[in-house]
Design a protein around this ligand. Structure first.
Ligand SMILES: Cc1ncc(COP(=O)(O)O)c(C=O)c1O
Length: 458
């Protein structure tokens, strides 16, 4: 039962009743940062403090905040048909959105299974891969290979695919059969490969082949990877890497899942990053930016080959979500994608991405900035103690620097983004796709000021 009169004191109510995701509740004792409004590229907290949104909420708000067209699309659909499932039935919004997503997807990825978010899409992809191989007469193919430090969601299956030991440890045992290989962090590549991106790409791809061979190709269902890995601070693929991974999957009869929960819908440039990066997966998982966050939805988009054993007779995929393909979310996604077209968002990202890169690279003159890396409107800035040796911070320094200083410091200085130490300490940036040089400069100047002060405190 509530101990305070309802609605009178939000700070107390938050501390008493709200459970933050991935949140140290103790940090809320000093105050619960409460965001109340968004407009364009900025957000405001309950005290009227204005911040630039350097992370699009959580890699979500592609077209910025306060878009009337998206609010109107949600309201209109709620009036017309607020809810109906896609269990046995269909509704126009799910049909239209499935057709549209298939039109963006490469190759023969023509079939769309809706979810309500990214982790469910990943979970769906693994279950589907297992079911597919079973129907193909290879029930032993159930394992997955994914990469160290990669984040793929929190449900048991998606968490098993996730390569972050500290996120997994409290929930072990997870789904068995999820194996990890090195990621494509070029900054931390084995020393002899650092100056040869092609050789590094070959080496990293070969680790996938090796894992499949060690496990036995007859036991491996799928490889999961992000086109550009987020956790750890934006690892773009080295040249040749993704092509080689595609070949390895084909050689061993293993499905390739492109987890584009962050990378799709213009974040890297095109609607799907696999197209930008030149490979055709067997499945794409996506969510976040599909509606710019105005309503939740996710999807697993599947090739004709993977769909084929489900296409006829009494077979069905025994899997689904009450809110998967929700009509309001699907209508908002259509309106969002209409705005992408009307405003030339993909072209804008492609044009402005080099400007964002060169703006952020200005920070390389700060001694604390070891590396600036990313693609499109998606960047990680790795912080180091010593640029020459690339020495990173120990746990205590990381705690003091990231949690103790940077997170509150950036907030107070007016930049919302994330300081993350799931791998080496990084600042993650992914501004709305409608941003341009003025917003890039604003972000760079705040970072410059706060990182300079952070260095002085070390
Ligand atoms: C690559 C990737 N996959 C899956 C997920 C999980 O998505 P959700 O939080 O919508 O379940 C995320 C979330 O950030 C992600 O970045």
């Amino acid at each position: 039962m509530s101990t305070t009169p309802l609605g009178t004191d939000r700070q107390t109510a938050a501390r008493t009743h709200l459970w933050g995701h991935f949140t140290r509740q103790s940090a809320w004792e000093a105050g619960v940062p409460t965001i109340v409004r968004g407009e364009g590229h900025h957000i405001w907290d309950a005290d009227g403090h204005r911040l630039i949104d350097g992370l699009s909420g959580l890699f979500v708000v592609q077209l910025g905040h306060g878009r009337e067209e998206l609010a109107a699309a949600a309201a209109a659909q709620a009036r017309e048909l607020a809810y109906f499932p896609v269990w046995s039935y269909a509704h126009p919004q799910a049909i239209d959105l499935a057709e549209r997503l298939a039109s963006y997807a490469p190759g023969d990825l023509n079939r769309v299974f809706f979810t309500t978010g990214g982790g469910e899409a990943v979970e769906t992809a693994w279950k589907l891969a297992k079911n597919y191989w079973r129907l193909r007469g290879k029930p032993g193919k159930h394992k997955v290979v994914s990469r160290a430090i990669a984040y793929h969601g929190t449900t048991h299956g998606a968490l098993a695919i996730t390569g972050l030991p500290e996120l997994r440890a409290p929930f072990e045992p997870l789904v068995p059969g999820a194996h990890k290989v090195p990621n494509t962090n070029a900054y931390r590549a084995p020393e002899h490969l650092r100056d040869d991106p092609k050789a590094f790409g070959r080496w990293a791809a070969d680790r996938i082949a090796e894992a499949i061979e060690f496990e036995g190709p007859d036991t491996v269902a799928a490889v999961f990877l992000e086109p550009v890995q987020n956790a750890g601070g934006c690892f773009p693929p080295p040249p040749g890497y993704l092509e080689r991974v595609r070949e390895i999957c084909d050689e061993h009869d293993v499905l390739l899942v492109s987890d584009e929960v962050i990378c799709a819908f213009g974040r890297i440039g095109g609607m799907f990053a696999c197209t930008d990066l030149g490979y055709v997966p067997d499945m794409i998982t996506c969510a976040k930016g599909m509606t710019s966050g105005y309503s939740p939805i996710g999807a697993c988009i599947v090739s004709d080959r993977v769909f084929e054993p489900f296409a006829t007779g009494t077979t069905s995929f025994a899997h689904g979500y009450t809110f998967g393909g929700h009509p309001v979310s699907a209508a908002v996604a259509m309106a969002n994608l209409d705005l992408f077209d009307a405003e030339g968002v993909v072209d804008h990202v492609r044009r402005e991405a080099p400007v964002l890169r060169s703006t952020l690279e200005r920070l390389l003159d700060l001694p604390i900035v070891g590396d600036v890396r990313g693609e499109g409107f998606f960047y990680g800035i790795e912080l180091v103690k010593d640029r020459a040796t690339r020495e990173t911070f120990d746990d205590e320094e990381s705690e003091r620097l990231l949690r103790g200083f940077l997170t509150p410091g950036l907030y107070e200085a007016g930049l919302y983004c994330r300081a993350d130490d799931r791998g080496d300490p990084v600042v993650q940036l992914a501004p709305p796709l409608t941003c341009g040089p003025a917003q890039f400069d604003e972000i760079e100047q705040i970072l410059r000021d706060v990182l300079t002060r952070a260095w002085a405190r070390l």
